[in-house]
Design a protein around this ligand. Structure first.
Ligand code: FAD
Length: 220
């Protein structure tokens, strides 16, 4: 079924690396959402989910899109130019922050950082953020996130091209970091990104951190 509650205009596109770009578009007057939610974009008959990167108070809507090899919609979005139209559904999804007294961990891989960028820009404080990427160039929005998070832990799993001077850098996967460093206790974890990361992290938390609450969204 084709879902298109809103039609907007593309305002611009900014490439963050060879495959990932930010897509800016106008915001419909009556469009509301909570940081962390996504929409279903409908374009040329294809429908896929994309998380809103911008915070709820912003005038424009931003999306962070990874162009997938042979991917139909991500490549079509990469071709959009200023003034082109884009249709999408109402905002939906449950990866939204829930107030808590427990320590809060936000964990992302790749463009799975999008909901956490929106949460940080909407004023969320007192969270520890782990972002897993292969290379330094994949740590999107690290300056903004370093400022917003009480601790920002970049986890790089690929071979580094050059010396990286980054506070709290961990060489390995986000799951390994948690496995080696997280003290026993009950936490609130928000996970977003690859299925492999969410599977492994959920398993680890369920086994070793009983009572921990997990909210997650798989991107692929
Ligand atoms: C709730 C939700 C929110 C999402 N938010 C975002 C977002 O903010 N930004 C974003 O870029 N994506 C996001 N996604 C993923 C997005 O919906 C699409 O699945 C993705 O863009 C691929 O669509 P496509 O049409 O380009 O590829 P398709 O034509 O659907 O797939 C082409 C091929 O690539 C494979 N493939 C699909 N996705 C991936 C992937 N991520 N990595 C590697 N291979 C893949 C498929 O299995 C297939 O073989 C989200 C998904 C969900 C469920």
């Amino acid at each position: 079924m084709v879902v298109a509650d809103y039609s907007v205009s593309v305002l611009g596109k900014k490439w963050l690396d060879a495959d990932v770009f930010e897509l800016a578009c106008t915001r419909p007057d009556n469009f509301s959402f909570i940081a962390g939610q996504h929409v279903t974009i409908n374009h040329q008959g294809d429908e896929r989910e994309y998380t809103i990167l911008s915070p709820p108070h912003a005038d424009q809507l931003l999306f962070l899109v990874k162009r997938i090899n042979q991917g139909r919609l991500s490549n079509a979005l990469a071709e959009l130019g200023i003034g082109d139209s884009l249709s999408f559904s109402k905002a939906k999804g449950y990866l939204v922050y829930r107030p808590t007294d427990r320590p809060v961990y936000l964990v992302a891989t790749g463009v799975g950082i999008a909901p956490f960028v929106a949460m940080a820009a909407s004023g969320l404080k007192n969270f520890i953020l782990l972002h897993g990427a292969r290379e330094l160039s994949g740590l999107y929005y690290r300056k903004e996130l370093m400022l917003a998070a009480s601790r920002y832990i970049p986890c790089l799993s690929g071979a580094l091209q050059s010396e990286v001077n980054l506070l709290d850098l961990y060489r390995g996967h986000v799951t390994d970091y948690i496995d080696r460093n997280l003290k026993p206790g009950a936490y609130d974890f928000y996970l977003c990104g690859s299925q492999a990361m969410i599977h492994d992290m959920t398993h680890l938390l369920d086994q070793h951190y009983p009572g921990t609450r997990i909210y997650s969204e798989v991107f692929n």
